[in-house]
Design a protein around this ligand. Structure first.
Ligand code: PAF
Length: 304
């Protein structure tokens, strides 16, 4: 068995450019992260690795997407462990800049606006969050010059907004959505799971149970989905539910009772001190149920 090669680490723009130019092929995919990597990230990297000659991982805790009362200062920082995961998964380059490298003039005056979709669901709870996400994703797409970018379905609204940005602003990149990776007991993998105490973790399982129950009721229509999921959540009073919605996957609008087709069942709740989100894409109506999809979304203009 050959020992995996440790990725080149770039901290500055020049180092990234040099590392990028040293790669034998231009067929590069990027996996963007804020560090604290887990098996969900490893799956993104492996998916990218299978389809592209090279993979760049970015590790950047983006201050722009955290509100003043959010967990930026306590967010887990695990660079050495992250490097091990990147090495095992076959990453070529790790770009780990500091905020002054990404934002040399301080907070950028010009930002990408997520528009009205960015004010719904997570955006309602976290004002400005998606503008911060899209701004850094746009910058990292330019800096890495990747052909494809891989994101997890776990952050479904983020995924939708990134796809919109790429289409609306003509970024020459394919965006690939990779299904959520779950622990054996159903908990969706997240860097924030490290905040959970053992008892919080037990409570948190109600989220995936609710999504599963919703998926099982999908054949009976939207109200059956919502009812089944809600029934699971009300059994767990320690989960402070922010929202439980069944929405259209492109508009995030609540689907009406007559609706049949693809939908997104999404939940957010505070468990202890930690806000968790989870979702499942599903098909509502005859033959319906939860779907675990791997969606390639090519950039809008083939001639870019
Ligand atoms: O999903 C994340 O980890 C972050 O929002 C991202 C896409 C790396 C941007 O900072």
């Amino acid at each position: 068995m050959t020992t995996p090669t440790v990725p080149v680490v770039a901290h500055t723009r020049d180092e990234l450019k040099a590392a990028r130019e040293a790669l034998p092929s231009r067929d590069v995919a990027v996996v963007m992260t804020m560090g604290a990597l887990h098996d969900g990230h490893a799956r993104l990297i492996r998916a990218a690795r299978q389809r592209h000659d090279h993979v760049v991982v970015t590790i950047f805790l983006n201050p722009l997407q955290f509100g003043p009362k959010e967990d930026l200062s306590r967010y887990p920082r695990t660079f050495d462990a992250d490097m091990e995961i990147c090495t095992d998964a076959g990453v070529d380059v790790v770009f780990a800049p500091t905020p002054d490298v990404v934002y040399p003039d301080g907070d950028p005056g010009v930002r990408v606006s997520a528009g009205p979709l960015g004010d719904l669901l997570e955006g309602k709870a976290r004002p400005g969050h998606f503008d911060g996400v899209l701004t850094v994703v746009g910058k990292l797409l330019h800096l890495t010059a990747a052909r494809s970018a891989y994101f997890g379905q776990k952050d479904a609204q983020q995924m939708l907004l990134i796809r919109r940005m790429v289409r609306d602003l003509d970024f020459p990149v394919d965006v690939v959505s990779v299904p959520t990776v779950r622990e054996a007991d159903g908990l969706a993998m997240s860097s924030r799971n490290t905040y959970l105490t053992a008892s919080d973790r037990e409570v948190a399982l109600c989220l995936s149970r609710a999504l599963r129950a919703g998926g099982e009721a999908a054949v009976f229509g939207p109200s059956a989905v919502r009812r089944a999921a809600r029934e699971v959540l009300v059994e767990e009073p320690l989960a402070l539910v922010d929202y439980l919605v069944l929405v259209h996957p492109e508009t995030l609008a609540d689907v009406p009772e007559w609706y049949r087709g693809e939908a997104l069942l999404a939940v957010a709740a505070k468990i202890g001190t930690t806000r968790l989100i989870d979702n499942t894409p599903l098909v509502v109506g005859p033959g319906g149920g939860a779907i675990d999809v791997f969606t390639d979304v090519p950039h809008a203009r083939a001639d870019v």
